[in-house]
Design a binder for this molecule. Structure first.
Ligand SMILES: Cc1cc2nc3c(=O)[nH]c(=O)nc-3n(C[C@H](O)[C@H](O)[C@H](O)COP(=O)(O)OP(=O)(O)OC[C@H]3O[C@@H](n4cnc5c(N)ncnc54)[C@H](O)[C@@H]3O)c2cc1C
Ligand SMILES: NC(=O)c1ccc[n+]([C@@H]2O[C@H](COP(=O)([O-])OP(=O)(O)OC[C@H]3O[C@@H](n4cnc5c(N)ncnc54)[C@H](OP(=O)(O)O)[C@@H]3O)[C@@H](O)[C@H]2O)c1
Length: 220
């Protein structure tokens, strides 16, 4: 048998705000297959066994392509679904400590408002303290119609484009299979409409954002 492979998790705390601690946001994976219930190895280990362990084997894998801008005054737009919220909690914890922080806007989506509005109280506190400037949420299973983060993006297209033009950095985190692609399509539409650009020019705009590291993805 090959050894069990490591699993990656985003760090959801800032080392400056929580020295000596490392927080994770883990979704426990359980599903049915061929009539049998299956349990995700690492997420179940973390949610049950690891809580009683004195030591858990981990290593840190640095990701230079998903970071806050060097200049703390640069505006940021954070888009995430489900556990994709994790790095943004760390970002805003970090920015809360800075006096010269730029504005920040969070778009968060999950299934249910009641049970899956992750860190709801913390986001409200961040809004109150000014560490977070704006927040829009979408819950996909609360109503008749699916509401996703990209619907909130489209609703705010004029202001989002203004932030882009002001030099904001855009982040996308969470599901790679559906969410990330759809959010990028929404972004393209926003740039086309608000910048009065044709498809080719809007794609060039996005390529430029990527080249300048102003569009960063952490998707899985
Ligand atoms: C860069 C990166 C960052 C990540 N960050 C986070 C994070 O912050 N939080 C987080 O919770 N996760 C995160 N993940 C995902 C995490 O690494 C694990 O993949 C996840 O926790 C599942 O691991 P597991 O060992 O519990 O499940 P495993 O035992 O590995 O089982 C998962 C596998 O089961 C299968 N499976 C799952 N659901 C179904 C289904 N409904 N039907 C059929 N088959 C299915 C799939 O093959 C899937 O790959 C991240 C992944 C990457 C690559
Ligand atoms: N089955 C469950 O109840 C359940 C619960 C927790 C975690 N998990 C599993 O745990 C892992 C990680 O999950 P996660 O917590 O990070 O959440 P996730 O599965 O990535 O889902 C987060 C949110 O993204 C929505 N979404 C789906 N397609 C989208 C799209 N095209 N654009 C935008 N948003 C979209 C989901 O809505 P919809 O799903 O309503 O379409 C949900 O509201 C996954 O493997 C997931 O399957 C499953």
């Amino acid at each position: 048998m090959r050894p069990i492979q490591p699993r990656s998790y985003s760090i959801s705390s800032s080392p400056a705000a929580c020295p000596g601690e490392l927080h994770l946001t883990v979704s426990v994976v359980n599903y049915e297959k061929s009539g049998r219930s299956k349990r995700g190895t690492c997420s179940n280990y973390l949610s049950e066994i690891a809580l009683d362990e004195e030591h858990v084997p981990i290593f840190i894998e640095s990701n230079p392509n998903f970071r806050l801008p060097q200049n703390e005054e640069t505006p940021i737009v954070m888009i995430g679904a489900g556990t994709g919220i994790a790095p943004y909690r760390a970002f805003i914890q970090h920015r809360e400590l800075s006096e010269k922080r730029g504005k920040s806007w969070l778009f968060f989506g999950n299934r249910n408002f009641e049970t899956e509005f992750l860190y709801q109280a913390e986001w409200h506190n961040f809004l109150k303290s000014g560490a977070l400037s704006k927040m829009n949420v979408a819950f996909s299973r609360d109503g008749e119609k699916k509401e996703y983060v990209q619907h909130r993006l489209i609703e705010n297209s004029a202001e989002l484009f203004k932030w882009l033009e002001e030099g904001a950095h855009f982040y996308i985190c969470g599901d790679m299979n559906n969410m990330a692609g759809d959010v990028q399509k929404a972004l393209l539409k926003i740039i086309e409409k608000e910048g009065s650009l044709n498809r080719e020019k809007a794609e060039e705009y996005i390529t430029k954002l990527q080249r300048e590291k102003r569009l960063q993805l952490d998707v899985y």
